[in-house]
Design a binder for this molecule. Structure first.
Ligand SMILES: [Zn+2]
Length: 312
């Protein structure tokens, strides 16, 4: 019964009366979103839409892709549309962001799982980003081993795509992961930016008919897109606990068509744990204690994701 809700949502969305078309795409009014997701309050002052319910607060601004659900920050696939005094959310964002994040228990592709595939980014001749105290490949591996120990302590089976300093192509990582069933996939990385950069961000695969944070628009349905709802729920849990427990700049939950996410046949995300180009962050990342805390926040997110998607 519950499993059917995902399908019925799409039908309901298409049948919604409060919709409009913009650039060939369907959008739903803020009033419709409020009713559908059972918010009790809606205010639309000064280009800002706020919805409230006893448990959830939603906030978005006209022309912006930034969306907050409680304190959790997301980049929507399309900006909030303002048309003749009414605000509209794109179909992709209503169906593939707001719905799975607010109702994770209805995600039918989120199967119970016992295995976590932990993918330490880069390795071997590929150092990844280079910071003042060390390289990305060394920090992703250290974090992967800490995460493995902590997840095992919670009863998960953990498989590392690379237990040591070896090079694996992105395709090899995906093929390796896809050999496992009842699993999820977590790829670990650290960031770099010429301007320095700051903060933590988590990526889920971009849905079809949307742009990517890095790269352009695509309509292609990759195998990873069959798990869109589960992917965003997993990304949400991991990013939310990382920001809550580690603090720092919240870069939010974003979308991209990374090679390591496109071909997955299980829920998966890519985590960026901070900037090696930022000396203060690089110093924190170089600390064992900080990486241990980071592993704890990712573990907490995974445990929360499992509880919310499998309590039905
Ligand atoms: Zn990387």
């Amino acid at each position: 019964m519950v499993a059917l809700l995902q399908v019925s949502l799409i039908t309901d969305l298409q049948a919604a009366s409060e919709k409009t078309t913009h650039a060939g795409r369907t959008y739903y009014s803020a009033q419709w979103v409020k009713n559908y997701f059972h918010f009790t309050g809606l205010s639309t002052a000064k280009g800002r839409v706020t919805m409230t319910s006893p448990k959830v607060r939603l906030a978005a601004s006209s022309g912006s892709q930034t969306l907050y659900l409680n304190r959790v920050k997301f980049t929507m696939s399309y900006p909030l549309l303002s048309k003749e005094g009414t605000y509209y959310f794109s179909h992709v964002d209503a169906a593939k962001l707001i719905h799975p994040v607010l109702k994770p228990g209805n995600i039918r592709q989120a199967k119970p799982f016992s295995t976590v595939i932990v993918d330490a980014g880069h390795g071997g001749h590929d150092s990844g980003s280079v910071g003042p105290y060390g390289t990305e490949k060394q920090y992703t591996l250290a974090l992967a081993h800490k995460l493995k120990r902590q997840l095992e302590a919670k009863g998960f089976k953990v498989i590392l795509t690379r237990p040591g300093d070896a090079f694996l192509s992105l395709q090899q990582r995906v093929a390796f992961a896809n050999k496992y069933s009842n699993a999820i996939f977590v790829s670990l990385h650290f960031n770099w930016a010429a301007s320095g950069g700051a903060g933590i961000e988590t990526f889920a695969l971009s849905p079809p008919d949307s742009s990517s944070t890095m790269g352009g628009y695509s309509t292609t349905q990759f195998s990873g897109n069959r798990l869109d709802a589960a992917n965003i729920a997993l990304a949400t849990a991991i990013q939310a606990f990382s920001i809550k427990q580690l603090g720092g700049v919240d870069r939010g939950i974003k979308r991209a068509r990374f090679a390591v996410l496109k071909g997955l046949q299980m829920p998966g995300i890519l985590f960026e744990g901070g900037f090696l180009s930022n000396r203060a962050e690089a110093r924190k990342i170089h600390s064992n204690l900080y990486l241990e805390k980071m592993a704890t926040s990712i573990t907490t997110g995974i445990v929360k994701y499992r509880a919310e998607t499998t309590s039905r």
